[in-house]
Design a protein around this ligand. Structure first.
Ligand code: ATP
Ligand code: MG
Length: 418
């Protein structure tokens, strides 16, 4: 029987906390437990704002997934999100250690990546990811894996993703309080990208936009690796809030109306409803009116979508990526289902658009097929990549703790080379 390992991902969202448990073998990643979408508490726009409430919601989510999977979760890859997330591209350079063959070794690669991390960040910031984009050996550029090459000078270009140390400590503390160790924090859009993007898109240049309830987290890939990330503190919740104001309704009712309209639009060919001019029946919600023209509801929703995509477009320009992302924009996250999302993205970003849903796992796929599951599934794929790429997938070590080996730094980065 093939040996298997349990890997867990916890996506701590502003709307829901989803825990996903997978049984991983050399050839298969099979989801065996999901929590479904346990409503989030104590999290606002990606940040923990109330530890006790957040712990309660995380605990519920983990328990549900444990019951379904029939395992006890002791550690997990956990997503981190929020507008405190920032990115920069950093360069590292070292002299290759002299040896008989003057070949570059794993330890040289580990040293040059460490050198690229020597950036001056305030003490309130902490590095979450250091992702090598490209190596240069002597003057030869564009090298993806320099181990075994000969040279005297080794350079690396890396993309560094950093965040608020306080925010990172809070998330870790909440998960620890439930008795679960954090294997690693994973930037939520990076996690989603693992589940949603394909290699060709990453190679060509693509923008992943995960629109959740409280945030829109963005990551751009160029030449196979991340190049820029940003989190905007706006998401699907604001679309609902706008409807609440427009309809003078309760939040829960506006949410139901939004989802009903969006589901209806998804079923129609035009994307925003073949019945756009017809009235929408809201008699069950006890509002001042019984029927509203659908076009008016779409207009309210579209204004907020337009704001989101205009801000995303501004970020693309600021990062110098205009015209460099031919694979276009891939939208995921729960709010990717909002009626009119594709059209608004196309109009405001002037790029090809597709809606991304999670891929790359088997098992209970019905529970994780929607775009709101991307970050949760992605956090598992991130973990698997780390274990597999680094030969740290010690299949005898069922509890999943990452082995602390000398070559861990090298191996970890190697798994993220394109
Ligand atoms: N069918 C649907 N149509 C329109 N909107 C939807 C639909 N399903 C979910 N949403 C919206 O998606 C949002 C939640 O998305 P998601 O579950 O990805 O958020 P989250 O990960 O908890 O939040 P965040 O990533 O911002 O911290 C909500 O605003 C919800 O209204
Ligand atoms: Mg999310």
């Amino acid at each position: 029987m093939p040996k298997e390992k349990i890997i867990t991902g916890i996506d701590i969202g502003s709307t829901k906390i989803s825990t996903t448990v997978a049984s991983v073998s050399e050839s298969k990643i099979s989801v065996i437990g999901v929590s479904g979408n346990v409503p989030s508490k104590g999290i606002s726009r990606g940040n923990v704002v109330d530890i006790d409430s957040a712990v309660e919601a995380i605990s519920q989510s983990i328990e549900k997934a444990e019951r379904m999977a029939g395992v006890s979760i002791s550690n997990a890859f956990v997503t981190i999100n929020g507008s405190h997330m920032e990115t920069l591209n950093s360069h590292g350079v070292v002299a290759v250690s002299p040896n008989e063959t003057s070949e570059i070794t794993r330890s040289d690669v580990a040293r040059v990546i460490e050198a690229a991390q020597a950036i001056s960040l305030p003490s309130t910031r902490e590095i979450i990811h250091v992702i090598p984009r490209d190596f240069v050996v002597d003057s030869q550029e564009g090298i993806k894996d320099p181990v075994g090459m000969s040279g005297v000078r080794l350079e690396v270009e890396t993309n560094v993703i950093h965040g608020s140390a306080t925010a990172m400590r809070s998330i870790t503390k909440c998960v620890n309080q439930v008795g679960v160790d954090v294997n690693e924090l994973v930037y939520s859009a990076l996690a989603s990208s693992e589940a949603v993007l394909n290699d060709t898109e990453k190679e060509l240049g693509v923008l992943l936009v995960d629109i959740g309830g409280g945030t829109t987290s963005v990551i751009a890939f160029l030449d196979g690796s991340p190049i820029h990330s940003v989190v905007l503190p706006i998401g699907g919740r604001l679309v609902t809030q706008d409807l609440t104001i427009g309809l003078r309704s309760r939040f829960e009712d506006a949410e139901k109306i939004k989802i009903r309209l969006s589901n209806e639009a998804m079923l129609s060919k035009s994307g925003v409803g073949d019945v756009a001019e017809e009235d929408f029946d809201v008699s069950e919600f006890n509002l001042d009116i019984e029927r509203i023209p659908r076009s008016m509801l779409y207009k309210i929703m579209n204004a907020r979508l337009e704001e989101i995509f205009r801000l995303v477009a501004l970020e693309v320009t600021k990062a110098g990526l205009s015209g460099k992302l031919p694979a276009g924009i891939v939208i995921t996250g729960g709010a990717a289902l909002t009626a009119g999302v594709e059209r608004s993205a196309k109009v405001n970003l002037k790029m090809p658009v597709r809606i991304g849903t999670p891929k790359g796992v088997t098992g209970l796929i019905d529970e994780i097929k929607g775009p709101d599951a991307s970050a949760g599934v992605g956090s598992i794929l991130y973990g698997v990549k780390l274990y597999r790429g680094s030969n740290l997938l010690s299949l005898d070590d069922k509890n999943g703790t990452i082995k602390k080996s000398m070559s861990k730094i090298f191996e970890k980065f190697k798994s993220f080379l394109p």
